[in-house]
Design a protein around this ligand. Structure first.
Ligand code: PLP
Length: 511
């Protein structure tokens, strides 16, 4: 672990200093003042390498390396003694160089992209302050900004009142929702555990996010008790199927407790018919959760908020401003309609060293006990800062622009030979095939599809090795691998959409 020779040298360096417990205490630890200069220098690198270059399409999106050579390039070895300033700056430059530039205008790979400058600046502040958002005494500003942002988000859901918490992701928000719903049905569960509960079952669509399964496994609900409701050919849950599945489950003696609708599915960007799902929930008295991790941001657009018609009837909603709204990872809210303290009752543990009830201020502002965490990041602050900077109309404009671009791309796909649009985009997901010339007159038998399924992965490999752009692909049900293009960033324009199609043709026409 240690190199003894090095340690010996370090001991002799201490010379005649007065030691306490073998440690020199009459000043700060050696080298600590170099850190300030280091931050300044790294800040300059950040500004030139990332902020100024964020919209420069002449830069590469990624600098692909296989893991073994990358290990060498990064100089991963950790040593007994610290490295010099210039060497450390080089390590930082390397970290930037070999990382994917998710703010690049041609990064279409994920459900997040782009750089919001105000949010980024706010992140610098929270990183530097290093607060933990559990009590008002250590995070007065961040407790209040979180409260203000949650209130505003709740307003956009169309709720009169509500509660909420920022969590480390949509997956975690979904888990919160399941836990809350179950607690509402079996309030004993917090103390007694699972041994007393009936077989609880939940319903979501076959297009739901995989976090539903994870949450069910993690909470002891069991993945087999997640009933997947059929969707239509657009990927939307069929309410009649939900109704009959709920009835079937009841007949089998299990106890339905929750339905999760998805507003903006991950692959297709489809929106479940929330209002009709709410009817089923109301009829059977089931908790209605909406996973709007991806699509929730459409609520801010007067043009597109109708996609989420019925969300005002939900009991809980997961909404990630870090996706479409570009607040920066992570920024995810779980919103709960109950305003009687359900969130607190379900999760609190009343730690007496943190949440003392005899504090000198109003302890209702110590909101941390709503959380399943102890330390918690100040994720709401960057969203608050961004909203301050852009205003509601600025955020709305972003969504409208992204969706207009996805429609432009879809139309270009329809016009071009060799491209096939698989679904009209409902949101910012554009799913399509590129069919290289050699495939165009082939008979579509089994062999064709096996061969054709390799087209998208090969083009993906080529685009990454070239560094020209990044787009995701996947198979889906009866459709073999297709591209799923996501547009989010306002730094992206029509010519980037044209580039995508031109570049796919360039990379794949010989296949
Ligand atoms: C992205 C996504 C999630 C997960 O959110 P994370 O913040 O990545 O955990 C959940 N549901 C849907 C529909 C998503 O698109």
């Amino acid at each position: 672990m240690y190199n003894d020779e090095n340690i010996q040298k370090m001991e002799t360096l201490k010379g005649n200093a007065v030691l306490v417990d073998g440690v020199v205490l009459n000043g700060p630890i050696i080298n600590s003042n170099c850190g300030e200069k280091f931050i300044e220098d790294v800040y300059q690198i950040l500004m030139t390498e990332l902020v100024y270059k964020a919209s420069d399409t002449n830069q590469k999106v990624c600098e692909w390396q296989d893991p073994e050579p990358l290990k060498e390039l990064l100089d991963l070895n950790l040593k007994d003694f610290g490295e010099p300033h210039q060497k450390l700056l080089q390590l930082c430059k390397n970290a930037i160089k070999y990382s994917v530039k998710t703010s690049h205008p041609r990064f279409f790979n994920q459900l997040y992209a782009g750089m919001d400058h105000y949010s980024l600046a706010a992140r610098f502040i929270t990183e530097a302050l290093n607060p933990s958002v559990y009590t008002y005494e250590v995070s007065p500003v961040f407790i209040l900004t979180e409260e203000a942002i949650l209130k505003k988000m709740i307003e956009f859901l169309g709720w009169e009142e509500g509660d909420g918490i920022f969590s480390p992701g949509g997956s975690i928000s979904n888990m919160y929702a399941l836990n809350l719903a179950r607690y509402k049905y079996c309030p004993d569960i917090k103390e007694k555990g699972l041994s007393n509960t009936p077989r609880l079952v939940m319903f979501t669509s076959e297009e739901c996010h995989y976090s539903m399964k994870k949450a069910a496994a993690f909470l002891g609900i069991g993945t087999e008790n997640v009933y997947l409701v059929k969707t239509d050919d657009r990927g939307k849950m069929i309410p009649e199927e939900l109704e009959s599945q709920v009835q079937q489950a009841k007949k089998e003696g299990s106890v339905p407790f929750l339905v999760s609708g998805t507003a903006g599915t991950t692959v297709l960007g489809a929106f479940d018919p929330l209002d009709e799902i709410a009817d089923v929930c109301e009829k059977h008295k089931l908790w209605f959760h909406v996973d709007a991790s991806w699509g929730g941001s459409a609520l801010m657009s007067r043009k597109y908020r109708k996609l989420l018609h019925g969300i005002h009837r939900a009991d809980s909603v997961a909404w990630n401003p870090h996706k479409m709204l570009m607040a920066g990872i992570q920024c995810c809210a779980l919103l709960v309609k109950d305003n009687s303290g359900l969130l607190t009752r379900c999760h609190s543990a009343e730690a007496s060293y943190l949440f003392q009830q005899d504090k000198f201020y109003d302890v209702r502002f110590d909101t941390g006990d709503k959380s399943i965490q102890c330390s918690r990041r100040a994720d709401a602050f960057k969203f608050w800062m961004m909203w301050k900077a852009l205003g509601t109309t600025g955020l709305e404009e972003r969504i409208n622009r992204a969706l207009a671009l996805s429609r432009y791309l879809a139309n270009e796909i329809k016009k071009r030979d060799g491209f096939e649009l698989l679904w009209e985009p409902e949101y910012a997901n554009t799913c399509f095939w590129y069919i290289p010339p050699a495939f165009r007159n082939m008979e579509k038998g089994v062999e064709y599809w096996i061969k054709f399924s390799k087209v998208a992965p090969t083009i993906k490999e080529r685009m990454m090795k070239k560094g020209s752009m990044m787009i995701g692909y996947q198979p889906h049900r009866d459709k073999v691998n297709f591209f799923r293009h996501i547009v989010i960033s306002p730094q992206v324009s029509r010519k980037d959409m044209d580039f995508v199609l031109d570049e796919i043709e360039r990379l794949g026409r010989d296949l």
